[in-house]
Design a binder for this molecule. Structure first.
Ligand SMILES: [Mg+2]
Length: 256
């Protein structure tokens, strides 16, 4: 009772945060969720070749995967298609073995002369970091370990403290909530849908952004034409990310 009276009488007694927790971190106003392949980097076909090598080394099958549409899909979705094509059982054990074979082959395949960071990517990532108001994560169909290998190859992995990956779901449309939840855990900001941007190069990226109410920026660096992307009505669309000031202006604005 005595303590309760003191709390009412003396506001100084109110609980105080320890000084170390009172540091003001920059508040993040926007959440950028980046796709990897065709958006941040081009791997020069490394992913498909690593899958083919994995298929050969693990299952003894030397087959073409050229008829499987990889763009915007998740690694487990693609692997399930490969299993279907070659009549292999889609068991958890086979997914794990295939993925290990793929990962073992990936670094060697990434070391090809066509692998590159796409135009303006390093600049916009740096500009968004320096702006201070952006939280940046990944929203990719790559399994996390594959995403790490691909981005680390170009020194970009450290740019992203969190993300949603193919490990979270086989279906890209289910990845958005995982990314937003991890952004909340990382930055203690519950981003409104209007303040989230999903940036990618395929209609699947646009769809997975729309399903969480996010804004979508479609880029024409992954092979899809702008006409094709336009038909899926992204919030904004660009040939590439080369014009840093324009990209930053679009991402920092609320409308376009
Ligand atoms: Mg992509």
């Amino acid at each position: 009772m005595q303590t309760a009276r003191r709390v009412r009488a003396d506001p100084v007694v109110r609980p105080q945060l320890p000084p170390t927790l009172n540091v003001q971190l920059p508040v993040k106003h926007h959440l950028l969720l980046w796709d990897i392949d065709g958006t941040l980097i081009a791997s020069g076909g490394a992913g498909m070749r690593a899958l083919q090598t994995g298929l050969r080394n693990v299952f003894g099958i030397d087959g073409s995967l050229a008829d499987i549409d990889f763009g915007g899909r998740t690694d487990p979705w693609i692997m399930r298609e490969v299993f279907r094509k070659f009549a292999l059982p889609a068991t958890p054990e086979n997914f794990a073995r295939f993925f290990d074979g793929y990962l073992a082959a990936l670094p060697g395949e990434l070391a090809n002369p066509h692998a590159r960071v796409l135009p303006g990517v390093r600049e916009i990532l740096k500009a968004a970091t320096e702006h201070g108001g952006f939280a940046q994560g990944l929203l990719t169909g790559n399994m996390r370990r594959g995403a790490q290998l691909k981005l680390a190859h170009h020194g970009l992995w450290e740019q992203f403290a969190f993300g949603a990956f193919g490990d979270d779901s086989e279906h890209r449309n289910e990845l958005g909530p995982h990314a937003v939840r991890r952004a909340l855990e990382r930055h203690s900001v519950n981003f409104a849908a209007d303040d989230v941007w999903v940036i990618g190069d395929t209609p699947h990226d646009i769809a997975c952004g729309k399903i969480i109410g996010a804004r979508t920026l479609a880029v024409g660096t992954g092979g899809a034409t702008l006409d094709h992307l336009r038909a899926h009505a992204p919030t904004a669309m660009m040939e590439n990310l080369a014009d840093t000031a324009q990209v930053l202006s679009v991402l920092a604005g609320r409308t376009r």
